[in-house]
Design a protein around this ligand. Structure first.
Ligand SMILES: Cc1ncc(COP(=O)(O)O)c(C=O)c1O
Length: 404
């Protein structure tokens, strides 16, 4: 790369290849049980129904489905999506408040791009979603992490932080949260804290980016009300995705927010990809209309619940004295903290040799040292793999600590 470094823009140096990702790439095709990814179980994909839809859409609506589309997305799809969201607890005023994006990752990127100037203060949960952190870093924002516990972000702490920052004349511009079954911790923000966060946004005049891929997969309780539905002042940009409720390969997500802001995101999107795949939008639209999305959610929810229970049971059986972990009410991840000082990033090499992979937790943290933590995914591995993977994990940790 040195050969080309003089050609690269300054911002390129802030795009770092992750060592962990490089190491995990090496596990492909080997007998390594992966708790590392965040992939859906492919058995939840409704293959027959999706292929029927794809054939139908291409044969009967191909003139539109294979054509360019408006940047904000296919209008009929946005209308269908608005109805779908309303039926799933998300308040939508008008379909024109929605822009379709290429996965919610693009929505994070575009929304960040329109808001963040170099040095702007962005609050994130500690730990938080790594790929969002990478975007905020690329845009040279200043990050203020706020710790989470089993009820999500400690909003009281956020309030204290905002007060002390404002006495130094520093203003929070944006709070990024993944409040339901968070990636990586699995925790869900309580209703009181959600209300408090919305109050703070109003009192201290900031916006909230609510990233919500997982609220369809809550296994307990009555379902959680998104921040978006508590927002009466138009301060929440709500991001969602079809990746876990239909298929990630379609690359369809969305941002829902005040129309004026969505129109600015539209301008940013024009510079990136003109619009998201028309064909994928038609498939997702038909999948909603024919009940395939709701059926996928039902399938996945049932399966992931069984897998979560099984992973917790296996961890209980094998790692009780060595670690503590979260007990998520849903989602895809359990977050584990070792009771001893072990660097899980270094340990990953040995774990991979022993045939098990995870994501070391350190990179999800901005300020705190999370080097003794790891993220474990339970949606992708089979039950047999969960059993064997946790056994391998126990072996590696015990070897490292020289205990039996
Ligand atoms: C919290 C969070 N946000 C966004 C994404 C991006 O998902 P996609 O771009 O597939 O919609 C993910 C993916 O795992 C995620 O966990």
């Amino acid at each position: 790369m040195d050969r080309y470094s003089r050609f690269l823009a300054e911002r390129t140096s802030r795009m770092k290849a992750s060592e962990v990702r490089e190491l995990l790439k090496l596990t492909e095709g080997k007998d390594v049980i992966s708790f590392a990814g965040g992939l859906p179980d492919p058995s939840v994909f409704m293959l027959d129904e999706i292929s029927e839809i794809a054939v139908d859409v291409i044969k009967n609506k191909g003139d539109k489905a294979l054509q360019y589309a408006p940047t904000k997305g296919v209008t009929a799809f946005r209308d269908t999506l608005a109805k779908f969201l309303s039926a799933h607890n998300v308040k939508v005023r008008d379909y024109d408040d929605i822009i379709v994006t290429t996965g919610s990752q693009e929505a994070i990127y575009l929304a960040s791009k329109i808001f963040i100037n170099k040095g702007d203060l962005i609050v994130v949960e500690e730990p938080t979603y790594l790929a969002a952190l990478n975007v905020f870093n690329e845009l040279e924002s200043r990050l203020e992490p706020v710790e989470i516990d089993e009820e999500g972000m400690k909003v009281d702490l956020l309030e204290d932080r905002i007060k002390s920052l404002s006495s130094d004349n520093v203003k929070v511009k944006l709070v990024y949260v993944n409040p339901t079954c968070q990636n990586p911790s699995g925790t869900t923000m309580s209703r009181d804290r959600r209300k408090h966060l919305i109050e703070l946004a109003s009192r201290y005049d900031f916006l909230i980016m609510e990233d919500d891929p997982y609220s369809y997969f809550t296994f307990e309780g009555e379902g959680v009300e998104p921040l978006k539905s508590l927002d009466s002042e138009g301060r929440v940009i709500y991001l969602g995705t079809f990746s876990k409720i239909l298929a990630p390969g379609l690359r369809i997500g969305w941002a829902l927010g005040p129309g004026e802001l969505i129109n600015v995101i539209e301008l940013a999107k024009q510079n990136v990809d003109l619009h998201s795949s028309t064909l994928s939008q038609f498939i997702a639209m038909e999948a909603i209309r024919r009940g395939v999305v709701d059926a996928t959610i039902e399938r996945a929810r049932g399966l992931y619940r069984v897998k979560r229970d099984f992973m917790l049971q296996e961890l209980e059986g094998r790692l009780t004295w060595l670690a503590t972990w979260t007990r998520p009410i849903g989602g895809l991840f359990v977050f584990l903290s070792l009771n001893y000082k072990v660097d899980t990033k270094k340990l990953l090499h040995k774990a991979v040799e022993r045939g098990v992979a995870y994501v070391p937790g350190g990179s999800f943290f901005v300020r705190k040292d999370g080097s003794n933590t790891m993220r474990l995914n339970f949606s992708y591995p089979t039950l047999a793999q969960i059993k064997e993977g946790v056994r391998r994990l126990e072996t590696v940790i015990k070897e490292e600590l020289h205990v039996r």
